[in-house]
Design a protein around this ligand. Structure first.
Ligand SMILES: N[C@@H](CCC(=O)N[C@@H](CS)C(=O)NCC(=O)O)C(=O)O
Length: 213
C-alpha cells in the first residue's frame, strides 16, 4: 500500500494518485502541532517536513520527485509524456518550475506573512521571494497564451505542480492572479480527481473553507 505522509505539497501527490487510479492512504501529519512526538513520521523523514512517501520498502521526500517516481514505477500514464514526445521539454520544465519557481518562493512569502514574529513580517527575503514568484509566473502566463495546459493540449503532472503553486498564492491572498491564470486554475481544479483529492485531504479542505469565508 502506498502511504502519503502529510498534506501541504502532499496534495500534489494525492491528486496524482487519484488521476492514476492507484490505491493509497493519506497519513495526516500536523506540522502546526509539531512532529517531535510523531515517531512513526520521523522514522520515515527524520528531517520532519512534508510530504513523504512510503511504497513498500521505498521511502521518499520532495513532492515533484515523488510524482516522477510514482509515474515511472506505477505508469505508464499520459500524465507524463514520453521523452521523445514534442511536449516533453515543456512538461519537464513546468513540472519543476511549479515547485522550484512558484511554490518554493511563495512558501516563504506565506510563512513570513502568517507565522513570523510581527516585526519580521515585512522582511527583505519575503519581498525577494515574491519577486521571484512573479518573474516565474511570467513564464506560466506566456505559456497560457499558447496552450490550455503547461505542456500543450493535454493535462499532465506539470499542471498538478503549477496549479499547487498558483493556489498557494491565491488562497493566502499573497498575490492576485491574472485572468488567464484564474481561468487555468478553474480548468485544472475542475477535474474529478482534484475533487476526490480534496475529499481525502480534509485539513486542506477545512483550511480552504475557512480562507474563503
Ligand atoms: N520542495 C519540497 C518542499 C517541502 C516543504 O517545505 N514542505 C512544507 C509544508 S508544504 C514543510 O514541511 N514545512 C515545514 C518545514 O520545512 O519544516 C517539496 O516539494 O516537497
Amino acid at each position: 500500500m502506498i502511504t502519503v505522509f502529510g498534506e501541504g505539497r502532499g496534495f500534489r501527490v494525492v491528486w496524482l494518485l487519484e488521476e492514476m487510479g492507484l490505491a493509497y492512504r493519506l497519513r495526516p501529519v500536523d506540522l502546526l502541532a509539531g512532529v517531535k512526538n510523531d515517531a512513526e513520521f520521523l522514522a520515515i523523514n527524520p528531517a520532519g517536513f512534508i510530504p513523504a512517501l512510503q511504497d513498500g520498502d521505498v521511502t521518499m521526500v520532495e513532492s515533484i520527485a515523488i510524482m516522477e517516481y510514482l509515474m515511472a514505477r506505477h505508469g505508464p500514464t499520459p500524465l507524463a509524456p514520453d521523452p521523445h514526445d514534442p511536449t516533453f521539454p515543456a512538461y519537464q520544465q513546468f513540472l519543476h518550475l511549479g515547485e522550484a519557481g512558484l511554490a518554493a518562493s511563495m512558501y516563504f512569502v506565506v510563512v513570513s506573512r502568517n507565522l513570523a514574529p510581527e516585526a519580521e513580517r515585512q522582511n527583505w527575503g519575503a519581498r525577494k521571494a515574491l519577486e521571484v514568484f512573479e518573474s516565474r509566473l511570467g513564464v506560466v502566463t506566456r505559456q497560457l497564451a499558447r496552450s490550455p495546459y503547461m505542456a500543450g493540449d493535454a493535462f499532465t503532472a506539470a499542471d498538478i505542480s503549477v496549479t499547487y503553486g498558483l493556489e498557494l498564492a491565491q488562497r493566502h491572498k499573497c498575490f492576485a492572479l491574472g485572468e488567464a491564470e484564474q481561468v487555468y486554475v478553474a480548468r485544472t481544479t475542475g477535474r474529478e480527481a482534484y475533487r476526490r483529492a480534496m475529499e481525502t485531504c480534509q485539513a486542506t479542505k477545512a483550511w480552504v473553507a475557512s480562507a474563503s469565508r
